[in-house]
Design a protein around this ligand. Structure first.
Ligand code: NDP
Ligand code: MG
Length: 382
């Protein structure tokens, strides 16, 4: 039985992770859980999984939960997320499943790596902001970082068909998000409700907006560089509206291996949880007789300024992806609060990136400071 330390339990990935636990109850024990605001949901999870420790954001929630569940320990705030990630530090077989959203996921990942705990990583902001630092630390501590994302899981699976040095390129697919069929002009008038209607996936609000702006694809290119040690020039992106091919790997002989499955996150989650084994899953099998066709379109950078900015942040490297991410988190938050228009998201990010003086090889402290400064500046101006 494998112990699970689960951050972001009340979210889209967190809940789907627990569905896998439900399917295989004798394989996993949920030891810690975290939630931020959805306390009723957390209470249900506590009753079902009986964890040893839970992290919440606010002291009043921790106090209330302590009264209700005296046998369970509750913590609050940032340090409690780290505590949940590193709980029972001698347990090397347990895994951290990081399904937080935003930079909140970075420090718990770093601390889990330091106690030599393998990390199943959905929280993409961890690698976007601290990719080099995190991957180096993982190498030093001989810790594995297993991706939980359909694209990176696909690349990971396809990579097992040849040697690393035989890979010529990776092709990451993109559904095109909510606005695939809209022109750049039409994007001026889109609303929050429009942006939240993703054609293929039901996900948390932040990543759904990141998919509409295509920032999500930019993030995924960054993650692939770090996870698989690729050069930026080895990565291509293509729009594939059906989201059936989740990504492809081309080898030097021009043979391309694709990973194909229904668009259902429970497959990449389960793959990471059971790796190197495969298990029966609740995910539907694909019926090729019902699939009339698959489509591919080139990604137009002029339509997706956020994607272009992500590529620029890769070129600059060092502290620039942190600025990109911080500005994106703040801008998406303002858009979700209906304080700015959709197209202002990329303008805000571009302004912050232009102002930034790149710091070489930033430390964790540098990254957290830059994150705060960029966000404070944006909130101050809006
Ligand atoms: P959700 O918004 O659905 O869930 C986020 C979880 O994190 C919730 O449990 C939430 O708590 C908690 N949380 C949010 N902010 C904070 C914070 N500042 N501090 C502590 N806890 C916090 O997100 P998703 O599950 O959709 O996404 C999680 C991560 O996985 C993201 O990085 C996303 O990009 C990535 N991802 C998601 C996919 C998907 O299909 N959803 C696919 C691939 C990657 P509460 O709800 O209680 O407030
Ligand atoms: Mg993805």
């Amino acid at each position: 039985m494998k112990n699970i330390y689960l951050l972001g339990a009340t979210g889209s990935i967190g809940r789907q992770t627990l569905e896998i636990v439900d399917k295989y109850p004798s394989e996993f024990k949920v030891v810690t859980l975290s939630a931020r605001t959805r306390m009723e949901d957390l209470i249900q999870l506590i009753e079902k999984y009986n964890p040893k420790f839970c992290s919440v954001q606010f002291k009043k929630d921790a106090d209330h939960l302590t009264d209700r569940f005296p046998d369970i320990v509750f913590g609050y705030g940032k340090t409690s997320l780290i505590h949940a990630a590193t709980f029972q530090p001698k347990d090397r077989d347990g895994v951290l499943i990081n399904a937080l959203v935003g930079i909140a996921g970075l420090q718990p990942t770093v601390e889990a790596i330091k106690i030599k705990r393998n990390v199943l990583l959905a929280n993409k902001e961890t690698l976007v902001v601290g990719g080099s630092l995190v991957m180096e630390l993982a190498k030093e501590n001989q810790v594995e970082i297993f991706p939980i994302d359909s694209e990176h899981s696909a690349i990971w699976q396809c990579m097992q068909n040849g040697k690393k040095e035989e890979v010529s390129k990776v092709i990451i697919t993109a559904s095109g998000g909510a606005f695939r069929n809209k022109s750049f002009e039409e994007l001026k008038n889109v609303t929050k409700a429009d942006a939240l209607k993703h054609p293929n996936w039901t996900m948390g609000e932040k990543i759904t907006i990141d998919s509409a702006t295509m920032m999500n694809k930019g993030f995924e290119v960054m993650e692939a560089i770090h996870l698989f040690g690729l050069l930026p020039t080895q990565i291509e992106t293509v729009i594939h509206p059906e989201s059936i091919i989740h990504s492809m790997v081309e080898y030097i002989d021009h043979s391309i291996i694709a990973q194909i499955s229904s668009h259902d996150m429970r497959l990449p989650i389960q793959y990471a949880m059971f790796y190197p084994n495969r298990k029966e899953s609740i995910v539907e099998s694909i019926d090729f007789a019902k699939l009339s066709s698959l489509h591919f379109e080139t990604m137009k950078e002029e339509k997706y300024p956020c994607f272009r900015l992500a590529m620029e942040a890769i070129q600059s490297g060092h502290s620039m992806p942190c600025v990109l991410n911080a500005a994106n988190e703040a801008a998406v938050d303002l858009f979700l609060k209906e304080k700015i228009e959709f197209l202002e998201i990329s303008n805000i990010i571009e302004t912050e990136m232009k102002k930034h003086q790149v710091i070489s090889n930033p430390s964790l402290e540098d990254l957290l400071r830059i994150d705060l400064e960029v966000k404070e500046n944006i909130y101050h101006n809006h």
